[in-house]
Design a protein. Structure first.
Length: 413
C-alpha cells in the first residue's frame, strides 16, 4: 500500500545508518589504535636495521610485540594488511544518509526559508559544492609551503572550519548546518585516506617490490594527514549526533558552539595523545574542556534575535497536499493537543528550553511540513509522545495514519 513507502524509506535510512555506525566504529577504532601505538613506540638495542621503534602490548590473554619501520622494511613481507575500507565505506554510507534524509527531505530538514529562500536544487547544489571545494582548499593548503609548519596549518584549518560553521548556518537549518559541518570535516578525513595516505603507501610498496629504496617523504606526508584525522575525529562524532541536541544547533550562536566543539575535541585528544606518548599527564586539558563546555551551554541560552522574516514564507506544494487531505483538521487538532506543549517555539513542558530536534508543531503549515515524521513517530509507532505522557489514544493514532494515507493516495491518483 501507499504508506508502505514511508515505512520502507525509514527502514532504508536505518539500514544505511547502521552501516555508517559499524564502519565508523571500525575506522575510528583503527585510527585511535595506530596513533596510540605510534606515540608509544620505544627504542631498543635489538631493533633490526630500519626499525624506528617497538611496543609490547597485552590483550585478550596474549602478548604482542610490534615494530614500526619509519620508511619500510628491507624486503616486502609475505602478508600485508591494509586499512582503507573502513574509511571508504564510512564516507559512502554517510553520504547516502545525506541523500536519504537531507536531499530527499530538503524542504523539511535542509531548507529554512526564514534563513535563506532556496529552492531544493539550489540547497543541494550548495551542499555538494561546499563538500568538494572544502577538500580542494584543504588539500592545496597542505601541499603549499604554508603547510610545512603543521601547527600553523592546523590553526588555519580551525579558522576555516569556524568560517564554514558560520556559512552553513546562514543558508541551512541549524540541524542541517551541524550535519554539513560534520560531513565537510569527514570528507577531508576520508579524502586524506583515499587521495594521500593510500597512494603514498602504494608508492612505498611498489618501490620495495622493485628493489628500490623508498623515499621517506611519502611517509612523512601520510603521517601529517593521519594526525589531522586524529584531532578531527571527536568533533565529527558530535556533529553527526547533534540532531538529538537542539540546544546546540537551534540556538542563536550555534556556529560558535560548533567552533567550541572543535576546540574540545582538540583538548581531549591532546590529553590522550600525551598519555600514550608517556610525555606527561596534562590534566589542564580537562579543565579547559569543561570551561569550553560551560561556555557552549551558556551560549545556548541566549535568546534568538528576531529576523523580521515570517516563519512561514508561503505554503509549499507538499504542505498543501497534506493540508487539503481528508482528516487534516482532526489530525491537526490531535497534534496541537498532544504534541505542541513540547514542540513549540517556547515549550511549556517543564525542563524543555527548545523543542525536541528543533521541530515546532504550532501551526497548520508546520504540521503539514512534518506529516511524515508525525505519521511514523506517533501514528505507525508509539515513539511519541514519550511514555505517552499526554495520553494520546489508539483512535487518535489511527486518525493520524488515516490522514497521511489519504494524502499519499490522493497524490498517486
Amino acid at each position: 500500500m501507499y504508506y508502505d513507502f514511508a515505512v520502507m524509506w525509514d527502514w532504508l535510512a536505518l539500514a544505511v545508518r547502521w552501516l555508517h555506525i559499524i564502519t565508523g566504529i571500525a575506522w575510528i577504532g583503527s585510527s585511535f589504535y595506530f596513533i596510540a601505538l605510534d606515540l608509544g613506540l620505544r627504542q631498543a638495542d635489538d631493533l633490526p636495521e630500519g626499525a624506528h621503534g617497538e611496543e609490547w602490548q597485552v590483550h585478550g590473554g596474549g602478548f604482542y610485540h610490534i615494530r614500526k619501520y619509519l620508511v619500510a622494511p628491507a624486503s616486502m613481507p609475505d602478508h600485508l594488511t591494509w586499512f582503507k575500507w573502513e574509511s571508504y565505506v564510512t564516507w559512502l554510507s554517510g553520504f547516502a544518509m545525506l541523500v536519504i534524509i537531507y536531499y530527499a527531505g530538503a524542504e523539511l530538514f535542509l531548507i529554512d526559508r526564514s534563513i535563506a529562500d532556496l529552492s531544493v536544487w539550489q540547497a543541494v547544489s550548495l551542499s555538494l559544492v561546499s563538500l568538494a571545494l572544502g577538500w580542494v582548499i584543504y588539500d592545496q593548503l597542505c601541499k603549499s609551503r604554508f603547510g610545512d609548519d603543521n601547527t600553523r596549518l592546523m590553526v588555519l584549518l580551525f579558522f576555516l572550519l569556524v568560517l564554514m560553521a558560520w556559512g552553513y548556518t546562514q543558508v541551512f537549518t541549524g540541524r542541517a548546518a551541524f550535519l554539513h559541518l560534520g560531513a565537510f570535516t569527514a570528507t577531508i578525513m576520508s579524502g586524506n585516506v583515499f587521495f594521500i595516505i593510500m597512494p603514498n603507501q602504494r608508492v612505498v610498496v611498489s618501490d620495495l617490490q622493485a628493489g628500490r629504496l623508498p623515499d621517506p617523504r611519502y611517509g612523512k606526508i601520510a603521517k601529517q594527514r593521519s594526525t589531522h584525522n586524529n584531532y578531527l575525529t571527536l568533533p565529527v562524532l558530535f556533529m553527526m549526533l547533534s540532531n538529538h541536541y537542539p540546544l546546540a544547533f537551534a540556538t542563536e550562536y550555534n556556529w560558535i558552539i560548533a567552533a567550541l566543539v572543535f576546540l574540545m575535541g582538540v583538548t581531549i585528544r591532546h590529553y590522550f595523545n600525551c598519555i600514550h606518548a608517556r610525555s606527561g599527564n596534562p590534566t589542564w586539558t580537562w579543565l579547559a574542556t569543561a570551561l569550553l563546555f560551560v561556555i557552549a551551554a551558556w551560549l545556548s541560552t541566549v535568546p534568538k534575535m528576531p529576523t523580521g522574516v515570517a516563519d512561514a514564507a508561503g505554503v509549499t506544494v507538499r504542505q498543501q497536499q497534506f493540508m487539503s487531505a481528508p482528516g487534516f483538521r482532526q489530525a491537526a487538532d490531535t497534534v496541537m493537543g498532544r504534541c505542541s506543549m513540547c514542540h513549540a517555539e517556547e515549550p511549556v513542558w517543564e525542563g524543555l528550553i527548545v523543542p525536541p530536534k528543533g521541530v515546532v508543531l504550532e501551526t497548520k503549515q508546520q504540521i503539514a511540513a512534518h506529516a511524515r515524521e508525525i505519521y511514523l513517530q506517533a501514528g505507525r509507532s508509539h515513539a511519541m509522545p514519550p511514555g505517552n505522557l499526554t495520553g494520546i489514544t489508539g483512535a487518535e493514532r489511527h486518525l493520524l495514519v488515516k490522514w497521511y494515507d489519504s494524502a499519499i493516495s490522493e497524490k498517486l491518483k
